[in-house]
Design a protein around this ligand. Structure first.
Ligand code: PMV
Length: 350
């Protein structure tokens, strides 16, 4: 970029959130995962982000951040700290004035983690900026580089740069898998899992009592740490096998075991804590009862919070809508739920 060109330039991306089915819980080093994880990229829970920059004309470069058209110093500080952390990899950042603005398509108070969508959008903008300034990464490495940069902002964000089903974390038997970045695993997946839906049932939209950073930290000395690493590695392969074979029952049993294990690890931490709400348990009971009665292809997963993700193939949509509106919304906060589905990944809006 010519130094005398002081006009602002903007790189714009839209990036989705994702829901993990095999959960990342526990880390080491610079946000490297203790175990491999597998997620589905969503299509309607999105962050749109504008990254604007120009050569800094003074010693103290300018930085500003706005969320939904308003300053948010708390989010801004987090982004500033992240940019400082990665500046050894992207040294040109120190010589730029930077403005970041972002907007979410989902309500901030929906209990949906926005760090995966927002930090992946930011990392994509940074990888494009890096290419503009240094000529690298080339097109084929852009997503991998973005995933690497996103991981260092928020672990789960590294999976959001890819569409469909995405794996993160080194796993024997999965070629190309790495702790450093995520990889897409959509090839070979049975069509049953390629038009897949996620109804996010908002049981409690309040901010979590315990952050995921605290949860990851508690795993360092967790009594079941080793067992958890083994379990996650096995579950990843069982899930991929079920998804290749089109075996919904095996898929559902692994997905639900993962969700309950995540919360079991929280309960058995020292100190133990829980993020579930009585209505979370009531909804799980209803899902399991109804599945037994009707044989519907549906199952639930949970993030690190009380909200339920009800997962089902698109072929079940009609029954699911009736079930959700007839029985489940009554257990949701103000009847709220988000009708989301598997997505095509981020979009360059520049
Ligand atoms: O990316 P983090 O640090 O917010 O951790 C995410 C942890 C879970 O959402 C519980 C699981 C996951 O793999 O996304």
């Amino acid at each position: 970029m010519p130094e005398n060109d002081t006009r602002w330039k903007t790189i714009a991306w839209q990036s989705p959130s994702n829901i993990a089915l095999v959960k990342y819980w526990g880390k080491y080093g610079d946000q490297l995962p203790m175990n491999p994880s597998l997620s589905m990229t969503l299509s309607r829970s999105l962050t749109r982000l504008h990254f604007s920059y120009r050569p800094a004309g003074k010693d103290n470069p300018e930085f500003s951040f706005e969320f939904m058209d308003k300053p948010r110093p708390d989010f801004g500080d987090r982004i500033r700290r992240y940019l400082e952390k990665i500046s050894p990899d992207l040294p040109f950042l120190k010589e730029l004035d930077i403005r970041v603005e972002s907007w979410n398509t989902f309500p901030h108070s929906a209990g949906i983690a926005s760090s995966a969508s927002s930090m992946s959008a930011l990392a994509l903008a940074l990888a494009v900026l890096e290419r503009e300034i240094t000529g690298k990464p080339d097109e084929k490495d852009l997503m991998r580089r973005s995933s690497f940069l996103a991981r260092r902002a928020s672990g789960s964000a590294c999976r959001s740069v890819f569409p469909g089903w995405v794996e993160w974390g080194s796993s024997p038997g999965l070629p190309g898998s790495s702790d450093e970045y995520a990889i897409p695993v959509t090839d070979g997946i049975h069509p049953l899992f390629m038009e897949f839906c996620d109804a996010v049932l908002i049981v409690d939209p309040a901010k979590k009592r315990v952050s995921s950073s605290t949860g990851h930290a508690v795993m360092e000395k967790h009594p079941y740490r080793e067992a958890r690493v083994i379990q996650a590695g096995k579950n990843l392969h069982s899930l991929l096998d079920a998804m290749q074979a089109g075996d919904f029952d095996s898929f559902a049993s692994v997905v639900e075991q993962e969700a309950l294990s995540l919360h079991g690890l929280m309960l058995s931490s020292d100190p133990g804590f829980f993020l579930l709400h009585p209505n979370t348990l009531a909804i799980i009971d209803k899902i399991r009862d109804r599945r037994e009665q009707k044989g519907w292809k549906m199952c639930f997963t949970l993030d690190a919070g009380p909200n339920i993700h009800l997962l089902y193939p698109a072929s079940e949509r009609e029954d699911m809508r009736a079930f959700i509106t007839g029985e489940l919304v009554a257990l949701c906060h103000e009847g709220r739920w988000i009708d989301d589905a598997i997505g095509q990944g981020p979009q360059n809006l520049s």
